[in-house]
Structure formats: structure tokens, C-alpha cells
Design a protein around this ligand. Sequence first.
Ligand SMILES: Cc1cc2nc3c(=O)[nH]c(=O)nc-3n(C[C@H](O)[C@H](O)[C@H](O)COP(=O)(O)OP(=O)(O)OC[C@H]3O[C@@H](n4cnc5c(N)ncnc54)[C@H](O)[C@@H]3O)c2cc1C
Ligand code: FES
Length: 279
Amino acid sequence: MYKILLRQDLVPGIHLFKVAAPEVARKARAGQFVVIKIDEKGERIPLTLAGWDEKEGSVTIVFMEVGTTTRRLALLKAGDSIANFVGPLGMPSEVEKFGTIVCVAGGFAVAPIVPIARSLKGVGNKIISILGARSKDLLFWEDELRGVSDQLIVTTDDGSYARKGLVTEPLKELLEGDEKIDRVVAIGPSIMMKFSALTTAPFGVKTIVSLNPIMVDGTGMCGCCRVSVADETRFACVDGPEFDGHQVDWDSLFTRQRSYLEEEKRSLEQWQCQCGQHS
Ligand SMILES: Cc1cc2nc3c(=O)[nH]c(=O)nc-3n(C[C@H](O)[C@H](O)[C@H](O)COP(=O)(O)OP(=O)(O)OC[C@H]3O[C@@H](n4cnc5c(N)ncnc54)[C@H](O)[C@@H]3O)c2cc1C
Ligand code: FES
């Protein structure tokens, strides 16, 4: 069992857990993820590492409530335990000196992008970060991202805080500007990653995205997480989750992500009925 050492409610529907998992913490690298199962009967879900502390033996995850498992997870408190916490899984982010890197984070993805930006800055890259959220009340970890960036631009879709608009607008301006941009790392909802890749394509700037297809085992055995990249089938759990965004077949990813919408809806309704929860 993996004990929750700390719980923080970051914004409505998005929570942080610090979990005692010394073996995961010892091997963790930026860009990797864990697969967790709340209890023996629970569903396995992947969550990206938002931080780790080898000395303390802890790993930090940040998750958004979207369906049955993430809502059940949100009911746990510090002191409770999670049955399975497997990782670190997936290929770590490529960390080399590239030059100037724009890190684009949409929504809860600010949490996984902070360790990536920190690692990239640690080897001498200049980091310009763009953090976007739908509105001010969904923004978190602005200071954490600022702390690992040379420059930070914040956007909200509704203009309730900082610059109004989508993350792709300042991204395009940076690409059009005087400074040479050597690489872009964009993490967030699939649609945001697709449009970030479409924005950078005409400029020929390599754009790394972190794909989030449905995963089951997370170790390359079930084939559930297959994605098409450069016309080849790749398994996001072992070949990724990071890929070149210009080579991803986004439409097939969107279709596969929606494969179980009916079952997911039924599962949530059943669970809400059983435990008297109503959305
Ligand atoms: C590598 C990777 C890293 C991720 N990191 C994070 C993270 O750090 N924080 C976070 O909030 N979310 C993360 N996700 C997404 C998270 O796994 C899903 O939100 C979660 O599985 C939803 O489960 P549910 O039962 O609450 O919702 P459901 O109602 O079951 O599903 C809601 C939607 O989530 C997706 N989903 C469902 N089951 C899975 C599954 N087993 N694997 C992947 N996606 C699924 C589907 O697109 C689905 O339509 C990550 C996904 C991947 C693949
Ligand atoms: S999740 Fe099973 S092969 Fe990737």
C-alpha cells in the first residue's frame, strides 16, 4: 500500500497528492508517469510525475477529476493509502542543451511541465514558458513555473487574469520574433497540443507533445495505447509518452480516446448511484 503523505486542493476539481513511494522516487525522471489503482477492484489509470523527493521517498501527482476513478481518488485524504502505484513508466523527456525552448502548458499540465522545464534549464537551456487556463480560478503553480523559467507568459481564455486568449497566440508571436526558438514542448489537452504543433509547423521548430491515449498495463503488453506517429504504430506507454507533434495522427488519437465514452458515462452513473454522489 502507498500512503498519501499530503493532499492539497489546488483549484476546484484539481488535487495534488504526495505519496510515499521510495522505489519510484529513486528512479524517477522528468516526463515519466505512474499507473495507479485505488484498490484491488479499481481501474488502472496513468498519471504523470509532477515531482519526487528521493530523500523523503515521495512522489507527487496532480490529477483532474474527470470520471469515476479520478473522482474516487479525490475522496482520499492524507493518511489513506492507494493499493498500486507502479512506475516510473515511459521514456523520460529528452534533456539536452538545445538553446531556447518554449514550454507550453495547458490546464493541469503545468504540474508535469515544471519538472521537465527544470531539467531542461538545469542543462543550460533558456526557458520561455507559456501557461494557459480557461479562467483565473483554474490557474495554479504559476510561481512554480516562473521559478524554472527565464520568462513566463500567462493567458486565460476569458481574460479574467493576465493576457486574454489561447496559448498558441503568444507562441506564434515568439516564433515570429527576433529570438531563435530551438524547440517547443507543449503539454495539455490533446486539442491544445494539436494546435500548438500546427502553430510551430510552418516555422519548422521541433515540437514535443506528451500523448494521453487510454492505457491499461502501461508496460507495452496490451496494445491499448497505440498511436500513429510518422505513419507507424507506436505504444505511448513504452515508446512515449513524448513524441514529435508534427508526426502525430491527431484524428486517430481523438477517435481512440472517445472509444469508451458510453461505458465511462455508465460507470460514473453507477458509482454515483451506489454511493449517493451526484454531480
Ligand atoms: C501518460 C498519461 C499521463 C497522464 N497524466 C495525467 C495527470 O498527470 N493528471 C491527470 O489528471 N490526468 C492524467 N492523464 C489522464 C488520466 O489518466 C485520465 O484522466 C484518467 O484515466 C480518467 O479516468 P476516470 O475513470 O476518472 O475517467 P473516465 O470517465 O474513465 O475517462 C475520462 C476520459 O479520460 C481518458 N481515460 C479514461 N481511462 C483512461 C486510462 N486508463 N488511461 C488514460 N486515459 C484514460 C479517456 O479519454 C476518457 O474519455 C494521463 C494520461 C496518460 C495516458
Ligand atoms: S498501455 Fe498497454 S501497451 Fe501501452
